[in-house]
Design a protein around this ligand. Structure first.
Ligand code: PLP
Length: 400
C-alpha cells in the first residue's frame, strides 16, 4: 500500500489560520511561568474572580453526583436550569421567555460562539466596537465573516449610536455589544443602548449582547439587560450570559443564551454536534446558584467596590496614566501613552518590561484593539493590588 508523504506542517483550515491566539491567556501563562521560577508576582492579568465558588453551589453539585445526575442532558440543558434562567429574567427584567428560547451552554463563550456561527456567512460583516473582548473578532473570522471595528476612543470607549451608524454597510449582519465591557469596564447607558437597538432593528441587523458582567455595575449605575427592551427591539437579539463571574464559577463552564426560537433551534444543532450539552453536574450547581441565596454575590460585589475605589484613586497619581472611570466589570483600562518614549514604544513593551523589571502582570491593550492602553484586573486581593500599584508607580516614574 502506498501512503501519502508525511505533512511538513499541519494543513490548518484558512479560517482558523486567520484566528489569533488569546492575549489574555498569554498574560496568564506569563504569570504562571514567572511564579514557577519562584518570583513574587503581582498578577493583574486574571479575568476571573479570586473568590472560591460559594459553598451552597458546591453542595448542590455534590448532591447531583450522589443522585446520579451524571449523564447526558438535553442539548439545551435540563428543564430546571431553563426555568431558573427564565424566572430570573422575569423577576429582574420583566421578560417572558419560553423554554424554546433558552439554552444552557458550556460558558458564555459557547453562547457567543453558537450565536455567531449560526448567523454569519463568508462575506458578511460583523460590527465590533473597540476595545473588544478578544474572542469576538475570532468567532466572526471562524465563521468566514469580516470583523469591522468601531472606534470609540473619542467617547472614552462608551459606544454611541452614531458610531454604530457610521460602521454599517449593506453587508452588515451582526453587531456585538458587551456592557459592562471587558476590557474597558465602561457601561453603555441604557438610553444609548435603546437607541442602538432601534437602529439595528430598523436596518435588520442582528445583535449579540454579551452580558457576562451583567451584575457588576457600581453605584450610582444600575444593572441593565437588553432583555428589558421592548419585544420589537429584541426580535434579532441573542443574549449571551454567564455564571462564571457572577458566582465565581469560571471552571464549571456554565452560561446560557436567550434568543428567538429559530435562532435557538440553529444553535441547538451546533451545540448538539459539538459539546452535546453543558456539564450535567455543573447545570445542577447552576440551578442552585440562580435560585438559591444571593448573598455571596453581594459580598463579592462589596469587595470589588472597595478595591475599585482604592485603585482608581491611586491610578490618578501615576505619572503618564489617564484612566476613564470604569462603571462596571472588574477592570481598569488606563491609557499609558504618557509613559511611552524611545525606550518603551508600545503598550506591549510597557507590559513586557513591567513583567521583567517589577514581576507585575497586566494585559496589553493591543490584544483588545487598543494599543497604548493596559488592562488591570482588580479581581485579586487588596494586598496584591496595593503591592502591585506600588510597583507600577515605581516603573512609570522610572520611564517618565
Ligand atoms: C466579555 C466576556 N464574555 C464572555 C466571557 C466568557 O465567560 P465564560 O467563562 O462564561 O465562558 C468572558 C470571559 O472572560 C468575557 O470577558
Amino acid at each position: 500500500m502506498k501512503t501519502r508523504p508525511v505533512m511538513s506542517s499541519f494543513p490548518v483550515s484558512e479560517n482558523v489560520a486567520r484566528m489569533q491566539s488569546s492575549a489574555t491567556m498569554a498574560a496568564m501563562q506569563a504569570a504562571q511561568a514567572l511564579r514557577a521560577s519562584g518570583a513574587s508576582v503581582c498578577d493583574f492579568g486574571a479575568g476571573e474572580p479570586d473568590f472560591d465558588t460559594p459553598e451552597n453551589i458546591k453542595q448542590a453539585a455534590l448532591r447531583a453526583m450522589e443522585a446520579g445526575r451524571t449523564k447526558y442532558t438535553a442539548a439545551g440543558g435540563i428543564r430546571e436550569i431553563q426555568r431558573a434562567i427564565i424566572e430570573l429574567y422575569r423577576r429582574d427584567f420583566g421578560t417572558e421567555y419560553e423554554p424554546t428560547e433558552v439554552m444552557a451552554t458550556a460558558g458564555g463563550k459557547q453562547a457567543v460562539f453558537n450565536a455567531a456561527v449560526t448567523l454569519l456567512n463568508p462575506g458578511d460583516e460583523a460590527l465590533i466596537p473597540k476595545p473588544y473582548w478578544v474572542t469576538f473578532p475570532e468567532v466572526a473570522v471562524f465563521a468566514g465573516a469580516k470583523p469591522i471595528f468601531i472606534e470609540t476612543e473619542e467617547t472614552d470607549f462608551v459606544l454611541t449610536v452614531s458610531q454604530v451608524e457610521r460602521g454599517i454597510t449593506p453587508r452588515t449582519k451582526l453587531l456585538i455589544l458587551n456592557s459592562p465591557s471587558n476590557p474597558s469596564g465602561r457601561v453603555l447607558p441604557p438610553a444609548e443602548f435603546h437607541r442602538i437597538m432601534e437602529l439595528t432593528a430598523e436596518r435588520g441587523i442582528y445583535v449579540i449582547s454579551d452580558e457576562c458582567y451583567l451584575r457588576f455595575v457600581y453605584p450610582p449605575g444600575e444593572v441593565f439587560s437588553a432583555a428589558s427592551l421592548l419585544a420589537e427591539l429584541r426580535s434579532r437579539l441573542c443574549i449571551a450570559g454567564s455564571l462564571s463571574k457572577t458566582y465565581a464559577m469560571t471552571g464549571w463552564r456554565v452560561g446560557y443564551s436567550l434568543a428567538p426560537v429559530e435562532w435557538t433551534k440553529a444553535m441547538l444543532k451546533v451545540q448538539g454536534h459539538s459539546t452535546s450539552n453543558a456539564n450535567s453536574i455543573a447545570q445542577w450547581a447552576a440551578v442552585e446558584a440562580l435560585t438559591g441565596p444571593q448573598n455571596s454575590v453581594a459580598t463579592m460585589l462589596g469587595e470589588y467596590t472597595k478595591r475599585r475605589a482604592w485603585l482608581l484613586n491611586e491610578l490618578k497619581n501615576i505619572p503618564g496614566f489617564k484612566c476613564a472611570e470604569p462603571e462596571g466589570a472588574f477592570y481598569a483600562f488606563p491609557d499609558v501613552r504618557g509613559c511611552l518614549n524611545k525606550e518603551l514604544k508600545t503598550s506591549g513593551e510597557f507590559s513586557q518590561r513591567l513583567l521583567e523589571e517589577e514581576q507585575t502582570v497586566v494585559t496589553d491593550g493591543a490584544g483588545f484593539g487598543a494599543e497604548g492602553f493596559i488592562r488591570i484586573s482588580y479581581a485579586t486581593s487588596m494586598e496584591q493590588i496595593q503591592e502591585g500599584v506600588k510597583r507600577i508607580k515605581r516603573f512609570a516614574e522610572k520611564y517618565n
